[in-house]
Design a protein around this ligand. Structure first.
Ligand code: ADP
Length: 212
């Protein structure tokens, strides 16, 4: 099984993803967490270029393809073997982020991005993506760490990103929007409930039997 977490920065992706991974481990699953871009030697190098090397001129399309290259390697080397081995993969961002940041907010065609993404990942997609959503201003206030390239693009850009996530989620049952403007345990409880409602085994074999 393959889950991803997405949304604008500051919505609590990392926090919720970690709690969800802990929950899955306690339920007896063999969990692998990863991040996109990153997660492989190539991916971490590309991540450095993409997020912290503002001095390297990068066109929108070149940038998009670097994200895709990182993701291609992550799928081939990490995600697909893990899923095939019966592990549960929980990934911080995935193709959807590319579609939204470079497409909806960055001006490339979102449909093109889905198509390039399908080639890069050979069709590997999360079974379920949680999009954490809250007003941009409130998310920015939560962020107390150094701004990276993406985060420094300003609130107009972030607003386009937020709206892009909402538009892509609409009509796609494998992308669920979660209200992130609440306290951490409440959000986590909703995430677990959504996952369990779709796959009862998420809560563990023992729980499933006791419900039967
Ligand atoms: P992201 O990965 O989306 O950028 P983080 O999980 O790193 O977000 O959280 C950003 C900051 O907001 C952290 O300081 C975190 O402790 C805090 N935070 C996360 N979730 C909440 C929440 N529901 N309410 C208040 N603060 C939160």
């Amino acid at each position: 099984m393959f889950f991803s977490f997405d949304g604008i920065d500051g919505t609590g992706k990392s926090t919720q993803m970690q709690l969800f991974a802990d929950f899955l481990r306690e339920a007896g699953h063999d969990v692998l967490t990863c991040r996109d871009p990153g997660g492989t030697i190539l991916g971490e190098r590309l991540r450095e270029i993409l997020l912290h090397k503002a001095e390297i001129p990068l066109s929108g399309r070149a940038e998009m393809l670097l994200y895709m290259a990182s993701r291609a390697q992550l799928v081939e080397e990490v995600i697909r073997p893990a899923v095939e081995a019966g592990r549960v993969v929980v990934c911080d961002r995935f193709l959807l982020a590319n579609v939204v940041y470079q497409g909806h907010a960055g001006g490339l065609d979102a449909e093109d991005l889905w198509q390039v993404g399908a080639v890069a990942t050979a069709g590997t997609q999360p079974d379920l993506t949680f999009v954490l959503d809250m007003p941009v201003e409130a998310a920015v206030q939560r962020m107390n760490r150094q701004l990276d390239r993406m985060e420094s693009r300003g609130q107009d850009f972030m607003e386009r990103v937020r709206q892009g996530f909402l538009r892509e989620a609409a009509g796609r049952p494998n992308i669920v929007v979660v209200d992130a403007d609440r306290d951490i345990p409440t959000i986590q409880a909703e995430i677990r409930a959504i996952a369990e409602s779709r796959w009862p085994t998420v809560a563990g074999v023992a729980n499933q039997e006791s419900q039967a």
